[in-house]
Design a protein around this ligand. Structure first.
Ligand code: SF4
Length: 86
């Protein structure tokens, strides 16, 4: 239940909170954050062998997706291509 409330809280705070300036790295398209609690219906995987994830509404994706992970406290998936500088 705590994870669900965390997901709801993150969706709400992502509307106004910026991404931490200490975030570095890049998305490796593993798709883990798109399958947290449930698989996003807009998530697809490249079936040509790479198995990389693809957001089918990438240009329209909501702030909680666009900004993930917004801070080191929010980062819940490993391995993720993003990290936070100290
Ligand atoms: S967990 Fe990180 S690397 Fe994987 S899809 Fe999400 S943002 Fe990208």
């Amino acid at each position: 239940m705590k994870t669900l409330s965390g997901k709801i809280k993150r969706a709400a705070t992502s509307l106004i909170m910026p991404v931490d300036e200490k975030r570095a790295g890049e998305c490796k398209r593993c798709g883990s954050c798109c399958m947290f609690l449930y698989k996003c219906p807009f998530l697809k995987f490249d079936d040509s062998g790479s198995n990389m994830s693809l957001c089918t509404i990438h240009n329209l994706r909501p702030p909680q997706c666009r900004k993930y992970p917004r801070s080191k406290y929010e980062k819940a998936h490993e391995p993720c291509g993003y990290y936070f500088l100290e």
